[in-house]
Design a binder for this molecule. Sequence first.
Ligand code: TYD
Ligand code: MG
Length: 453
Amino acid sequence: MAKQKTIFVCQNCGYKAPKWLGRCPDCNAWNSFVEELAEIGHRDRENRQSALDRPQRIDTVTTDTETRNKTGLREFDRTLGGGLVPGSLVLIGGDPGIGKSTLILQIAQRLAQHRLKTLYISGEESVQQIKMRATRLSANSPELYLLTATCLEDIIERLEELAPRIVVIDSIQTIFTESLGSAPGSIGQVREVTSRLMNLAKTSGRAIFLIGHVTKDGAIAGPKVLEHLVDTVLYFEGDGCHMYRILRAVKNRYGPTNEIGVFEMLDSGLQEVRNPSNIFLEERGSDVSGSIVISCMEGSRPLLVEMQALVCDSYLAMPRRTTIGVDPNRVSVLVAVLAKRGGVALSDKDIFINVAGGIKIGEPAIDLGIIATTASSFLNKPIPRNTVTFGEVGLSGEIRGVSHTELRLKEAVKLGFSRCLLSKKSIRTLKGKITVELIGVSSVTEVLEVLFA
Ligand code: TYD
Ligand code: MG
């Protein structure tokens, strides 16, 4: 095959050059050139199916997204929005060593058990190494095939021979195409390989999983540069010290985003966690100050987690505000609101906020919890253990309602909580019978009165 012509394109302004340049002569950006195929638009046109070229009436278009393949791993299926859609390209990103290969091998095994021929292609490990891992996970379905390959052209050839329904590529950074001269893992390579695989998935109806390592350095392409190319982006989070891993959908063309799945890493692979709130509250201490349980929404599911605060005298000119699991800027704002509207003097205190269990939350509904637990630690007065809370706090100290009040309350009832602190407005929107004692508040001052007076 004749080598295709490639050019280098500035990612900042689109300037084209036949050779790589350190600085763009047009827009003066440094290190912005990425190798691309010269006649990319032309080639695409040839590949496209003629049917797709013509406009179609919307009522004559048929879809087959409802024929989803379930893996049987419920947490995984729910993250995908109810199962794997044939012909979709799913990117799974995460730090090295978090368990991506383990998860996908387990998924591959389950799909193979459902008689879907599955090919697991690794560019990192030999077939023997994968087999060793597979033995730990008891993955031995006769429909599961393994291959070590790094060249895209070879892979496409093997795919045509074997004709699998599901393909796994571990990892995208190790695969290269012969038509580009740049090194495997460079932005140009990763992007070209992904768009070729996307085309393959769409034309053949095969579902393809891509694994991508999150890298700090922008020059070595991470999953971020691929997000717009693929159908679904899942991130596998968690830190090495905790056994729990969270799979989060950040983009999904076939389902809701922000849906999460919770897993536990065991000796025998990843085990799904059916009731995550239980595990996040498992190790809660007895009545101490600076602790309250909050109800936050992760996708369509409410999750109860413990919000902890520690307020102590500071010996620094600029007291510390350290947070784990929540945005530090949000905490700074809330501390200021608590000082100004609630009259709690915190300017000479170090404040530490922690979400127990290693989960990260970005929802505004955690505000009320942060205010309550910070005040509790400052006053050294515990909040009763059976209290759960959620609500947004505004700059004038007002407590605002949040979405899904009923769902959050139901989860709290399920876990045995009997009191809930929430905004007065949220209570008014409630319909039906609620078995929890509802404490409505409308300002930070009221929160302090209700909890600590
Ligand atoms: P791995 O899937 O290789 O991570 P990634 O592909 O994201 O780089 O697995 C990471 C860790 O998981 C590894 O340190 C060992 C551990 N592990 C278990 O605890 N139990 C198991 O059953 C397996 C297969 C791995
Ligand atoms: Mg791996």
